[in-house]
Ligand binder design. Structure first.
Ligand code: FES
Length: 381
């Protein structure tokens, strides 16, 4: 594949601009919609060292990457987080910490500020204690509220990220009020994407169409009321859209995820492709992986696309949708994303949506990340 200089190229011959470092898959929470791999415990003994993370950040920066996310699991469980943030800042990255807030202290927050951390994304489940416990698998609401207030008192720009499910969708007005009281700049009400645990729990998590409509109306009213004081993103689930999302702006186009063990992935869900051998930064340079590895070239361009994607007028906008969703729902990552109404597999989405309207699955059956460890996720044949 030709090297194309610094410009952004949607065919994958440009450079990575967005680097996500999954520092560890360890986490104090047990969220029922956790997007980590189901075998997260296998990575524990094999995490990259501080020096290895710094080296991979330097390689990506030299290729033109500008934005870095420190994620997990819970990235604050890594004692070297401050060191990594300081190095990233020194290299010129815009740094973002994606955290549950559990495990943070005032001293660490101040140290991260001194290290140059620019932005924090705090995950939040609900303002209702029982709902928050049900979704996070542990009782963490008080600590999260305390941490949210502390982050703002230290003057970090912050986005409050709330994965929306049937369990918390009725609390959208209270969550908006909390965000306003807190003074956060951005509130992201992101309807849960159905991968890994969220897919296991999909029937219990998916809101009904009427619930979504009500929440969207609340968001609309709040935008009018609060204007510039708070920017609210309301991310509609692709199950309800009829159109696929332009996942990662296309596979291998602008994004790189590095797993805790150094595996390099085109997105954080890609380890669901069990038949792929993922390149690793311990064996190869990032540049070689980005340009030449079979994994990163697998779904670039449009040669891989089946019909109706290949002749679709939207293929440059949505790239055929999400490869991981195609894999998990149809068993073949090259299929058109079933979220697309033109997909021959779209009935899989229609059936799931129809089931969600019936509210058949008791909420007590929600499976937490820990409880389901070792349970194999079935993909369609
Ligand atoms: Fe992997 Fe969409 S989550 S391509």
């Amino acid at each position: 594949m030709a090297r194309a200089g610094s410009e952004l190229r949607l065919d994958g011959s440009g450079n990575p601009v967005w680097l996500l470092l999954e520092l560890t898959y360890q986490c104090p929470l047990q969220c029922v919609f956790c997007s980590n791999p189901r075998n997260f415990a296998d990575y524990r003994q094999d995490e990259l060292s501080t020096a290895e993370w710094i080296d991979v950040m330097a390689q990506a920066r030299a290729m033109g990457a500008m934005q870095i996310g420190f994620s997990g699991g819970e990235p604050t469980l890594r004692k070297d987080l401050e060191t990594l943030v300081a190095e990233a800042d020194r290299m010129g990255y815009y740094t973002n910490l994606i955290t549950s807030g559990i495990g943070l202290t005032e001293a660490r927050l101040r140290a991260l500020k001194d290290a140059g951390l620019r932005h924090i994304q705090l995950g939040f489940q609900s303002t209702d204690r029982e709902v928050a416990r049900q979704l996070a698998g542990v009782d963490a609401l008080e600590r999260k509220l305390r941490m949210a207030r502390l982050i703002k008192s230290i003057d970090f720009p912050m986005v409050l990220n709330v994965p929306i499910t049937r369990q918390n969708i009725a609390q959208v007005p209270e969550i908006i009020a909390f965000a306003v009281e807190l003074g956060v700049e951005y509130l992201e009400l992101a309807n849960v994407q159905y991968y890994n645990w969220a897919l296991l729990n999909r029937d219990a998590l998916m809101p009904t169409h009427a619930e979504l409509q009500r929440a969207e109306d609340e968001v609309h009213n709040a935008r009018e009321r609060f204007g510039d004081r708070l920017t609210i993103f309301f991310v509609i689930p692709d199950y309800y859209e009829g159109r696929p999302k332009a996942c990662m702006n296309g596979w291998g186009t602008i994004h790189v995820t590095i797993a805790p063990n150094g595996n390099v992935l085109p997105c954080s869900q890609a380890s669901n492709f069990k038949d792929l051998t993922f390149p690793n930064v311990r064996q190869q340079r990032l540049e070689q992986i980005w340009y030449d590895s079979p994994v990163f070239n697998l779904y670039r361009g449009d040669a891989w696309m089946p019909e109706p994607c290949r002749s679709c007028e939207d293929k440059e906008k949505d790239f055929g949708g999400c490869r991981c969703q195609a894999l998990l729902l149809t068993g073949n990552g090259a299929n058109t994303d079933p979220a697309c109404s033109k997909s021959p597999h779209h009935q899989l989405i229609r059936q799931a949506v129809a089931l969600a309207q019936e509210a058949t699955r008791p909420q007590g059956t929600l499976i937490t990340r820990q409880a389901s460890q070792g349970v194999e996720l079935e993909t369609a044949p």
